[in-house]
Design a protein around this ligand. Structure first.
Ligand code: SF4
Length: 194
């Protein structure tokens, strides 16, 4: 039996940034170099996970809950696999948490990523995820992300779009925001953008 194609919640976020980033990674031998900024962000991310173990749940406005770290989940029907930074479980409810080292607010790509984790948790663990949290280790702010019907539908649709062009090995259109291309490590492979 052929294994169904699985994508990651991170790829949903990358796809929102620029669909071609995912295409190059999945369908070509081209790989992005890790920049100094990416390395720094990865190291900060690990530090934040260590610090989180010493904190209370007050920033999530929860009084109790079991914290589960680096939760790896796969659901073939959804077509998604990934490792969640943190899952707070409170009875039949669960709250996915993502950490990012940025001074920006969560953008639609971050919300798609977090919602994909919520769909995974609901499908695999049978828990209900009404909302999740997105924490910036740079600003120390925690944002609540509501998993409403609109975001859930957008997330499911994005999963199908990404799986579709990977399966078809079809290069998607470049980002419409060409300013992103100016500092993109893939610019040399993306001849039709600038
Ligand atoms: S150069 Fe532009 S279109 Fe190409 S992958 Fe980078 S951001 Fe996307």
């Amino acid at each position: 039996m052929v294994e169904p194609l699985l994508i990651t919640p991170t790829e949903l976020r990358q796809h929102h940034y620029c669909p071609r980033v995912v295409f190059f990674e999945r369908c070509t031998p081209v790989r992005r170099r890790e920049t100094i900024l990416m390395t720094h962000g990865r190291e900060k991310h690990q530090t934040e996970l260590v610090r989180e173990r010493r904190r209370t749940l007050s920033r999530y406005e929860l009084t109790e809950g079991e914290r589960r770290y680096e939760v790896r989940l796969t659901n073939h029907a959804l077509g998604v696999t990934g490792e969640l930074d943190l899952l707070i479980v409170d009875g039949a409810r669960a709250f996915p948490v993502e950490f990012k080292h940025t001074s920006r607010l969560p953008d639609p790509g971050h919300k798609l990523q977090l919602c994909a984790y919520a769909l995974l948790v609901e499908a695999e663990l049978g828990l209900l995820c009404p909302h999740g949290y997105w924490h910036s280790s740079r600003t120390r702010q925690t944002h609540m992300v509501l998993f409403d019907t609109r975001l859930r539908n957008r997330t499911r649709a994005a999963i199908q779009v990404v799986r579709g062009f990977i399966l078809a090995e079809q290069c998607p259109s470049p980002t419409a925001q060409t300013v992103k291309c100016l500092e993109c490590e893939l610019r040399n492979f993306c001849g039709d953008t600038l």
